[in-house]
Each structure stands twice: as structure tokens, then as C-alpha cells.
Design a protein around this ligand. Structure first.
Ligand code: CO8
Length: 257
């Protein structure tokens, strides 16, 4: 059955997922979570796909978790269903995922963008963790991933005041990798994804795994982990092709194996 809350398309080895709940500025409800999880798992398992772009509309990447769906929850119910634990599936995607953000990326929307591997923002993008204005706090990683991305002072400022920051500030503080004019957002993100997808898939997946490990372990453990992955890539056909092509002064033709 076709998803109701998002659109999916492929462009060569790139999959593009567009959040599509315009009536609620792409607010994240359980249906959207289920459909997004399903799409990401499908592309993760599809060997023809090498990278994924996640985007929203011109007005909103996502304006947060769906407040109307959440408002009547109680503690025990939220605890028993482990409300929103399913968002862990998004962060667990193994192939590279680029968030292409225009307009609002607030609350769960900012947290969703941060679950991706990097963020390309339109100059219209606005990021924030406004949960405090609703009497709660971020619950999908905002206090953790944001702090790692921008440091304690800026994370505190955003989580405690609930203010929004513009794309330029988001780039300056390291939340965003690049800012582009809004009209060029999708093309820029797809081009970056095409570049990633043209490289050896085991290498891009291991690069993602190794960079993510930096958030979790000590420097020495991270360096050991990186070295083991590096060694393992010498077992791939793509390492032979990549280095062979350099020596023979030709463009590498990776087989993604
Ligand atoms: N949830 C539900 N509906 C929403 C949401 C939302 N987060 N955001 C916007 N909408 C709806 C509006 O209710 C409105 O619907 P309707 O036309 O039926 O009234 C429609 O989208 C358009 O919105 P506005 O009319 O408000 O549009 P504006 O351009 O005037 O304002 C804003 C845009 C500033 C983005 C405004 O909509 C806003 O402030 N939205 C809420 C932002 C917010 O507070 N987000 C945080 C939500 S809480 C959260 O994300 C917690 C995540 C962690 C949960 C983890 C659980 C474990």
C-alpha cells in the first residue's frame, strides 16, 4: 500500500524520501514514523541504493512531534508503549542519510534531522527545540545529539529558551554542514547523495559507522575500531579497484562489494 504521510522516489542509486503531511507542517505522528521506518529499512536492504535523502516541504522539514496526537497521553501509557522508541530505527539506518532541510525543523523535526548523517539546509531553514514552551523537554535526542553537535552552551540556550535559530547560525555552530539557496536545496542534496552512492558501499557504510562511534567510545577505542574497519576494507574488490584506478590514472568503477 502506498504510504500516506510521505513520498518516495529513486534517482539512480539515490533514494529520496519526502515527508508529506502539509496540513500539519509534517508533524511527526505514529503513522509517519511507521511509514518512514518501513521506507528506510527497505532502502537499507536494497543493494541498488547507495544513499538516501530525507526532506520535507519548502515551509517545513517537520514542525515537531504531533502535539495533537501527544496531548492526552499519560505517563504510564507512554512508558508502557515506550512512546517514540521507534525513532531509534531511523537512527539505526546503516546507509548514509542526508537531511535536506527547508523551513521549520523544530522539536522532533530538528531531532529527526540530527538522526541523519549530515544536514544540508536551505537559507530558509529554522532550527529549534521548543518543547520547553509546551511544558516538556526534547524526547528524541534533542538534549543529547544537539549538545554533541553544538556544545553545551548553545544546546542549553536552545533547549531552555525554546528559541529558533536561522540556517546561518546553525551552520556557524556546526549543526549544519552546508547552507544553500532554498531553490537549490533538493538538487544539492541529491548531488551529494549521488557522489556518496558512486563510492564503494562497504566503505561509505563503514565511514558512517566509524564516525558515529566517535560519539560513543574513548579516543583510543575509536581509533582501534577505525583501524580494524580500515584493515577489513582490504578484503573488498572496491579497494583493489579504487587504488588500481588511481595508479592507472583512470576513474574507478566501484562494484560496491
Ligand atoms: N503538531 C501538530 N500539529 C502541528 C504542529 C505540531 N508539532 N505544528 C504545526 N501544526 C499544525 C497546526 O496546528 C496547524 O494546523 P491547523 O491549521 O489545523 O490549526 C498547521 O499545522 C499549520 O500551523 P500554524 O498555523 O501554526 O502555522 P504557522 O506558520 O502560523 O506557525 C510554527 C508555524 C511556528 C511552526 C507553529 O506551527 C508551531 O509553533 N508549531 C509547533 C512547534 C513545536 O512546538 N514543535 C515541538 C513539538 S514537541 C516535540 O517535537 C517533542 C518531540 C519529542 C517527543 C518524544 C517523545 C518520547
Amino acid at each position: 500500500m502506498a504510504p500516506k504521510t510521505l513520498k518516495t522516489e529513486t534517482n539512480g542509486r539515490v533514494a529520496i524520501i519526502t515527508l508529506n503531511r502539509p496540513e500539519a507542517l509534517n508533524a511527526l505522528n505514529s503513522e509517519l514514523l511507521a511509514e518512514l521506518s518501513e521506507a528506510l529499512k527497505r532502502y537499507d536492504a536494497d543493494e541498488k541504493i547507495g544513499a538516501i535523502v530525507l526532506t520535507g516541504s519548502e515551509k517545513a522539514f517537520a514542525a515537531g512531534a504531533d502535539i495533537k496526537e501527544m496531548q492526552n497521553k499519560d505517563y504510564v501509557g507512554a512508558y508502557l508503549e515506550d512512546f517514540f522508541a521507534g525513532w531509534g530505527d531511523v537512527a539505526a539506518t546503516r546507509k548514509p542519510v542526508i537531511a535536506a532541510v527547508a523551513g521549520y525543523a523544530l522539536g522532533g523535526g530538528c531531532e529527526l534531522a540530527m538522526m541523519c548523517d549530515f544536514i544540508i539546509a536551505a537559507d530558509s531553514a529554522k532550527f529549534g527545540q521548543p518543547e520547553i514552551t509546551l511544558g516538556v523537554i526534547p524526547g528524541m535526542g534533542g538534549t543529547q545529539r544537539l549538545t554533541r553537535a553544538v556544545g553545551k552552551s548553545k544546546a542549553m540556550d536552545l533547549c531552555l529558551t525554546g528559541r529558533m535559530m536561522e540556517a546561518e547560525e546553525a551552520e556557524r555552530c556546526g549543526l549544519v554542514a552546508r547552507v544553500v539557496p532554498a531553490a537549490e536545496l533538493k538538487a544539492t542534496a541529491v548531488k551529494a547523495a549521488e557522489k556518496i552512492a558512486s563510492f564503494s558501499l562497504p566503505a561509505t557504510m563503514m565511514a558512517k559507522e566509524a564516525v558515529n562511534r566517535a560519539d560513543e567510545v574513548t579516543l583510543n577505542e575509536g581509533l582501534r575500531f577505525e583501524r580494524r574497519l580500515f584493515h577489513s576494507l582490504f578484503a573488498t574488490e572496491d579497494q583493489k579497484e579504487g587504488m588500481g584506478a588511481f595508479v592507472e590514472k583512470r576513474k574507478a568503477q566501484f562494484r560496491h562489494r
